[in-house]
Design a protein around this ligand. Structure first.
Ligand SMILES: O=P(O)(O)OC[C@H]1O[C@H](OP(=O)(O)OP(=O)(O)O)[C@H](O)[C@@H]1O
Ligand code: HPA
Ligand SMILES: [Mg+2]
Length: 181
């Protein structure tokens, strides 16, 4: 059973739903009349994106990018691969980048750099989780769900080796699962 691989539940379904509603309300108030382009960074943010956009009550567009840098490990490889780019023209648009987690910052600093170069009117970042102790590159966050300790977490879209994304809560993975202490 997948639950046996979880050391501790950090955020329950209800806690996640409450936080997502709060973030959606803030974004809706900040972007009235701006028709933002909400960009999900796949795969990790797919669950958060689906819930968050349904709590945004103003007109917006959605698009998707897929990037990967963790492979099957628990530490960044430092190399961000673009698997799929967004299809929309972003020139003059107000972008909101939606991420599941900001860990070392390598993925988001890379993404912000390439998206800024394409002439967006503004870019803000919304991340459900942030692990400040792990940061290698500083990335400013505009909408943050929760700060978490330095532990590898899974569920609500987050994976270890492509597993656990479908858990409805967020939990700390037992280190024994990935050969840790
Ligand atoms: O701040 P960082 O250290 O760069 O880590 C954060 C990134 O790592 C994970 O993606 P991953 O490469 O595992 O791809 P995935 O979303 O498909 O799981 C996560 O979804 C973030 O995009
Ligand atoms: O703690 C994490 N869990 C899953 N994916 C991740 N990508 C960066 N950090 C994490
Ligand atoms: Mg991953």
């Amino acid at each position: 059973m997948m639950r046996n691989d979880i050391q501790e539940v950090l955020f329950s379904e209800q806690q996640l739903a409450d936080k997502v509603a709060e973030l959606g309300a803030r974004i809706s108030a900040d972007y009235e009349d701006k028709n933002p382009l909400v960009v999900s960074v796949l795969k990790g943010s797919y669950v958060f994106m689906a819930d968050l956009t349904r709590k945004i009550t103003i007109p917006c567009n959605v698009d998707f990018m897929a990037v990967s840098s963790y492979g099957a490990g628990t530490k960044t490889t430092g190399e961000v691969q673009i698997i799929k780019d967004i299809g929309s023209k972003i020139d003059g648009r107000h972008l909101i980048i939606v991420e599941d987690i900001l860990d070392s910052g390598v993925t988001l600093s890379f993404l912000m750099k390439i998206l800024k170069a394409r002439g967006a009117a503004s870019i803000r970042l919304c991340t459900l989780l942030s692990k400040p102790e792990r940061r290698k590159v500083d990335v400013p966050v505009d909408y943050l769900g929760f700060e978490i300790p330095d532990a590898f977490v899974v569920g609500y879209g987050l994976d270890y080796a492509e597993k656990y994304r479908n858990l409805p809560y967020i939990g700390i993975l037992k280190p024994s699962v990935y050969g840790g202490e």
